[in-house]
Every structure is written in C-alpha cells, then in structure tokens.
Ligand binder design. Structure first.
Ligand code: CDP
Length: 790
C-alpha cells in the first residue's frame, strides 16, 4: 500500500491528538490481546441455550409440527413454536421498513432457512440435536427465485398473510421528471443503454448474530446483550413487539465483530430468545452458526438494472432513464427511510451535471431470505453508483471518446456546489475534476493507454477502468429520513470530570470502525483535552443518549457533528468559568486550543483542566456546577463524499483470468479526523468491491436452495487474492458539517466495483464485448471471448 494523503493542517500536537493525527486505534489493545467482550463471551448464572429448527424448503405450507421427540430429550427445557408465540401475539413482528415478518412460521415457510421452532436446553449442542429432531410436514409450493417470475400474473402469492396483498409486488417508486426526460431523449444524438445485474451478496461479518436475553421475572427488567448496530432503535422495536415497557429494556451491544449492515435488522432469533427468557425466567443465549448467518440474515444487492443515457455527438449528457427491479426476498426487513422506499437509488445520476432524469424502482417478494440491507453502503447507493459508472464508460466508447475526457466534460464543476441533482438531492461540495486528475496522474493514465495499444498488437489484453463516484451518507435531516417514524438524528453526551478527564457517550455503535479512537479526537480538537484522556462509551441504551445507530456511514456526519457541537457548548460554559477565575470579562478572553488567556496578557491564563476543576469546586452563583451536556444533532443535509478509482488489469486471453496490476483510489471525505483509520476503511471497502466484482456472490438454485451457505462456496477474499492498493486523497470539506468531515466508511465498496468491471470491459471492448455481469469470473470472461469469436 502506498499513500499520498495530504496531512490535515494540524491545530493540535500529537500528544493532544486532535483532527488529522493518525492516532493508533485504542480499541485494538484489547482485541489483539484476546480481551474483547463479544456476546458469545457473556456467560450468566443459570444461562440456557437456544437452537433453531429451520425450513429446508423455500416455499411450502406447514401441515404439522411434531416436537414430541425433541421435547422429551434430557436437558431440553422448552420447545417453542409459532403457535405458542401466537398466544402472546408474538408470531409476527414489524420490520424496520414497516413490513411484517414471521418470528416463527405458522402458516407457510417462505424461504430456505426460515425459522420454524426453537429449542431451549441446558447446552448448545443438545439444543441443536433436539432442534434436528423436530418433524415438520409440508405441502410443497412453487418456489419463486427471481423477481421477474414473481411479478408474473400467475405466480403464486408469497405474502398471502398480508391483508389486501394481491400480487408479489413489494413496492413501486418513481423519482425525477418523466416528461422532461422523454423530451431530452427525443433530442439526443445517441442513446446508450446497459442492462446489468448486481448479484446477491452477504455482508458475512466474522462474528455472526447473537443474543443473551436476560429477563428478570421479579423486576420485569430485560437486559439484552445483542449484536446490534442500532441498539436504541432496536429497544424501541422490542418495546413495540413484545409490549415490554421501554424503560425496562436495556440493550447492550458489547464489542461487535463486524456488521456491514447485517446487524441492522431485528432477527427472529433475538425475539424468540427474549420471549423464552421471559417465559422460563432464566437467561437464554443464542449464537448463530456461520451457515445460519449466511442463509437467513440480511442480504445485500440483488438488483436488476436497465439504464439509458441520452448524449450529444459532442459527448454531453442530456438525461438519464433507469428502471430497476429488486429482489427483496420474503420479507421487506432492511431499515429503509419511510419516505425513500427504494432507498437512495435516485443518486444514480452520479457525479455529472445534466438537467433531467427519471428513475423507477420496483421491489418484488421472492422465496429467498430478506434482502436489501445497506451492505456497506447507504440504501442502494452501491447499485446506483455501479449503474451510472458502467453506463458512462460505455457511452464514452460508443461516442469514440476517452472515458476520462467524457467524465471531465460532464462533471459537476467545483463552483456549481451546492448542486441540486435532477432527482432532488442537494450535493454539499465537491471537486470531481481534482480527484480524477490526481488519480490519473498517480496511475500514469496516458502511458497505460499507449501500452494498451501496443499490448493488443502483441496479442495481450490490457484494460484500464475508471469509476468517479459520488456517495450520499449521513442520513437525515429528520424531516426527510426516518426509520419507523424515528427521525434520523444522532447524539453525543460529554462530561468533563474535575481532573480534566472526559467521558463521551454516543448514540451510534462501532462494529470495528474505530469510534473510540476518532470521536475522542473530535473532542480533543475542540477542547484541547488529550484524546487519551477521553473515554468513548457506546452501545448501552441505559448509559448512552438515544441515537439511530451506525450504518450507511452516518456516524461521522451525524454523531461526529453532535460531538463537535456539544464540545463547543461546553467550551462556551468553560469560557464563563475561566472569566470568573481570571476576573476578566468573557469578551476579553482568547481561546487557544486547551487554554483561555486574557487578551494582551498571555501570562494570565487557565487551562481547560483548571476550568474543569473549578466547574466542580469554584463556580459563581450565576453558573450551574459541572461541565457536562448532551446534544441531539439533526443534520441539515447529508454529506457527499466522492472520489475516482482507476484499475489496470491484465487478462489472460487463453483462460479469461484477470489480474489487477494497479488500483489507484483517490477519496475525498472532507476533513479526515484520523487519516490512518480512513485509509483502513478504504482498504476494507476496496477489498469488498474487488470481491464483488470478481467472486463474492450468493446464488440460489431453482428450488430456492442457497448456494453459498458456507465459506467454501461463498468466496470472501483473503489477503492472498486482494490486490495492492495505492491511495490518494483530496480534501473538500462539507460546508454544513461542524468540522467539515464527510463519512467515508462505505465509499470504497460503493465506488470500486464499477472500476474493476470497467477495466475488464475496456480490455475486451474491441472484441465486441459490452457487458459481463458480476461476478466477472474467469469462466465468464472466457465464455464471452469465445462467443465474440463465433
Ligand atoms: O458510520 P461509520 O462509522 O461506519 O462510518 P464513518 O462515519 O464514515 O466513519 C468510519 C470511521 O472513519 C470512523 O472511525 C470515523 O471517525 C473515521 N472517519 C475519519 O476519521 N474522518 C472522516 N472524514 C470520516 C470518517
């Protein structure tokens, strides 16, 4: 890995460690020493274990469930079925998208791996053995495994549980101006189209989903240790589902071994374990196996996309039309803002300036596990970015233009921000040309273009692909973005103790992103308290302020902003106390990181630590004691990180195998709080992007069997396959964010797949190959070449 990241102009010393310092991750000490505390590490007195009996069939009516043998096994405490849960009104639950989902199936099974019954036993393996002995009698129904079949009029109804549901359509949604877009297309010199499919994939965090539910029947207190990316929102959902008083529910998300969107939905296992603990009166632990995680929890993508770009002969984009069809699986259970049913697919207009676009999205129920989670992206942005970047590259070729020149010609220019997109988003800031120029320089674009021609003459295949993406992260504002009506704000609570050390509590929850390191840096920047003196606490609903959680790169844009604002509020109070201590007026004080001094008399000064002590020992009557506060931040807009990725590939003409020779990634996420952590996020994202483009996908056979239910069949990349990445950075602050930062966590996964695929297509374009769907495996490339020959 190389990097050309420019350092942020530093206001603080490395000892204070404010913005721009590549402070080492404080959380890593416990992880590398094996002292982390994951849900599976939690052992409570008298704790029981749960295992789930799942459907082997994708679509079938349940005729009977026989639990006799399982229930009779020694060590089995209880067997729970949907019928039993129905008695507590718990057989179905609401999803984070406002749909309903079966907790334990009663009427039908709707995907392979669906939860049917649960066994509670004294030992995990015993519970599993007993679960295997449950006998279910089925009447098989036609399994529907594509959204196209699902929407045919004669397709059997999957969601016959829903009143008024007469087809398998989950939603239809539209954005942009159809009439104006049609008119633009009528004027176009050329219309370029692309049909493509973004296959189903699974976030596959290393730690699977798990819960230890501990309901105390004497006090009514339910403590749920849970792998949750959104503990506060989950607590509210639990209160609604289980009818438990919200103040009696405490969700604790201890260390989380990766989430990537997979730990946002509420899963049936969480609910059943909680109900079991409530009924039995003992703690119940449930930890998914790898296969359970891969077949039944939130999938990503599964998007069929058809796009058209209207262009002039001179290479100017006039408009965009996109139709897409989403395979949502049996339940619509990802977390979608209610007003954006299909997610943010309308960001599909990308980094380009044109007046009109029209987007339609349809979602269909199928007999697959619920899909569509924001797998390391904001709601569907990965698919959108893939679509536009593939389309733009193809348009350039069809016009005989260089794809970089075509992009330069159409980019939204630096002075056009804030920019209103044709589908109604207001992009905050950007310098797309700057990012692309840097990326092209780093890769030596012109040189590689020349080499490409030479290679072709020698019978070699070399390709270079670009993706210049714009991401949208940091939902809300709350008027536009909410989950089940909960406005998408976030929060920070900061207390500076008498000795000048602080605790920062957040409504978000890291799953590996390094919040304990970076959020302390924001406070260090604002108050001058060394980051190492600030403890960051997350993931405990009783001990942190309410927040909507961490997904879709929202932590920095929303909770990061809340942190800066509350630190500033405390600084304002500190100024009053400093004025009292220095016997000066507030206006006469100057702030220099960590210190107030009297203007013109630098010797008369107090440090923030002096002020903190005084806040508890020496405040005037007019000032409340303490140095503490909470801020709920509802962002005025989202932030729009961007970048340009360039990939160079060599393809073996004999086998179709392709290798990444160079991968240059220039990212702009505004001010970087911790450049090292940002680069780590980008490395992770690029690796995932590469994996999706080349090998990481889950498919289903005609019966709805999940092919990819283990790590032998579902290929997640290791260090062995992962190419070397060269990182560059530009810095375009977000004007509305208190510290100018944009989120970055997802950008690389969003931006990179198109760059990899564009590079392969670039090498093959002269053979007449226009598209190869992901994963672009060697056999697909080879087959495309063979077909082109014939
Ligand atoms: O919501 P999530 O934490 O997944 O994503 P994020 O807000 O993009 O942050 C990912 C990590 O990168 C966090 O530790 C951030 O504090 C850090 N980051 C940063 O140091 N500078 C930025 N401009 C953006 C994120």
């Amino acid at each position: 890995m190389t990097t050309t990241a420019e350092p942020h102009s530093l206001l603080t010393t490395p000892e204070v460690g404010g913005l721009g310092h590549s402070r080492k991750r404080v959380e890593d000490a416990r992880f590398v020493e094996g002292r982390g505390n994951y849900v599976d590490d939690i052992v409570l007195p008298g704790m029981l274990h749960m295992a789930i009996h799942r459907s082997p069939l994708a679509h079938a009516r349940i005729l009977s469930i026989d639990t006799t043998e399982a229930a009779a096994m020694e060590g089995v405490i209880a067997v729970i079925t949907g019928e039993l849960l129905a008695g507590f009104n718990l057989a179905w639950m609401p999803t984070m998208s406002g749909d309903t989902q079966a907790v334990l199936a009663t009427d039908k099974v709707r995907f392979q791996g669906q939860e049917i019954a649960a066994v509670i036993a004294t030992d995990r393996y015993l519970a599993q053995d007993a679960a295997d002995r449950i006998v279910v009698e089925y009447e098989e129904l036609e399994p529907i495994v594509t959204p196209q079949r699902s929407l045919e009029p004669d397709a059997p109804l999957i969601r016959d549980d829903k009143e008024g549901q007469t087809s398998n359509e989950c939603y239809t949604w539209e954005s942009g101006d159809k009439e104006a877009t049609d008119a633009a297309f009528a004027k176009a010199d050329k219309v370029v189209s692309l049909d493509t499919f973004y296959p189903r994939s699974h976030p596959a965090p290393l730690e699977t989903c798990a819960i230890v539910a501990d309901v105390n029947s004497a006090t009514g207190q339910a403590t749920l240790y849970m792998t949750s990316q959104a503990p506060h929102a989950h607590r509210t959902v639990f209160a609604l589902v289980a009818g438990l008083p919200e103040q009696n529910i405490r969700i604790v998300s201890p260390d989380i071994g990766g989430g990537f969107g997979n730990k946002v939905p509420v899963y049936p296992g969480y609910v059943v374990a909680t109900a079991a603990s409530l009924v039995i009166g003992k703690p119940v632990k449930w930890v998914e196996t790898r296969t359970e995680n891969l077949i039944s929890t939130g999938f990503g993508r599964d998007y069929h996309m058809h796009g058209k770009l209207a262009v002039t002969n001179e290479g100017k984009i006039l408009g965009l039309k996109v139709d897409m069809l989403s395979d949502q699986g049996a339940f619509f259970s990802d977390a979608q803002p209610t007003k954006f049913k299909a997610g943010l697919f309308h960001i599909v207009t990308g980094s380009y300036d044109y007046p009109v676009a029209h987007v339609t999205t349809r979602g269909a129920y199928t007999n697959k596990a619920p899909g569509g989670v924001a797998y390391r992206c904001s709601f569907r942005v990965t698919e959108a970015s893939y679509m536009i970047e593939r389309l733009v590259q193809n348009a350039a070729y069809e016009l005989g233009m260089d794809p970089a020149d075509f992009r330069m010609k159409n980019f939204i220019k630096k002075d056009q921000f804030p920019y209103l997109s044709p589908t109604g988003f207001v992009y905050d800031s950007g310098d797309y040309e700057g990012a692309m120029k840097l990326a092209l320089d780093m890769v030596g674009y012109d040189q590689i273009q020349e080499e490409k021609e030479q290679a072709r003459a020698e019978g070699r295949l070399v390709g270079i692909g670009i993706a210049s993406f714009t991401e949208v992260v940091g939902a809300g504002h709350g008027d536009d973005y909410d989950i089940l009506g909960l406005r998408m704000f976030d929060s920070a609570e900061l207390r500076v103790h008498p000795t000048g050390k602080a605790i920062l509590k957040l409504g978000v929850r890291s799953q590996g992103q390094g919040h304990e390191t970076t959020f302390a840096q924001i406070v260090a920047e604002e108050l001058g308290i060394p980051a190492s003196d600030i403890k960051v606490v997350e993931g405990d609903t009783d001990n942190t302020p309410y927040g909507l959680g961490t997904y879709a790169s929202r932590s920095t844009p929303v909770a990061g902003a809340a942190t800066a604002v509350i630190a500033r509020k405390l600084r304002d109070k500190a100024r009053k106390i400093a004025a009292h201590l220095l016997e000066a007026s507030e206006e006469d004080l100057e702030w220099e990181v960590g210190k107030f001094s009297v203007k013109g008399d630098p010797e008369s000064s107090v440090t923030i630590q002096d002020v903190a002590f005084a806040a508890y020992t020496n405040v005037p009557e007019s000032i409340e004691a303490g140095l503490e506060g909470v801020h709920y931040y509802d962002p005025p807009n989202m932030t729009y990180p961007f970048g340009t990725y360039v990939v160079v590939v060599d393809i073996d003409p004999g086998t179709g195998q392709w290798k990444v020779r160079r991968m240059v990634a220039v990212d702009d996420c505004g001010v970087r709080i911790n450049p090292m952590i940002v680069e780590g996020q980008i490395h992770g994202g690029l690796t995932e992007g590469y994996a999706m483009s080349s090998m990481q996908h889950i498919s289903f056979d005609e019966q709805g069997n999940c092919i990819g239910s283990n790590f032998l069949d579902y290929l997640v990349p290791t260090a062995w396959e992962t190419p070397r990445f060269e990182l560059g950075a530009t810095v375009t602050p977000s004007p509305h964010h208190p510290i100018g930062a944009k989120g970055v966590g997802e950008s690389a996964t969003v931006g990179s797949p198109a760059a990899f695929v564009n590079a392969v297509i670039d090498a093959l374009w002269h053979l007449g190959i226009r598209n190869i769907d992901m994963p672009v495996s060697a056999d697909r490339v080879w087959a495309a070449m063979e077909e082109a020959k014939s």
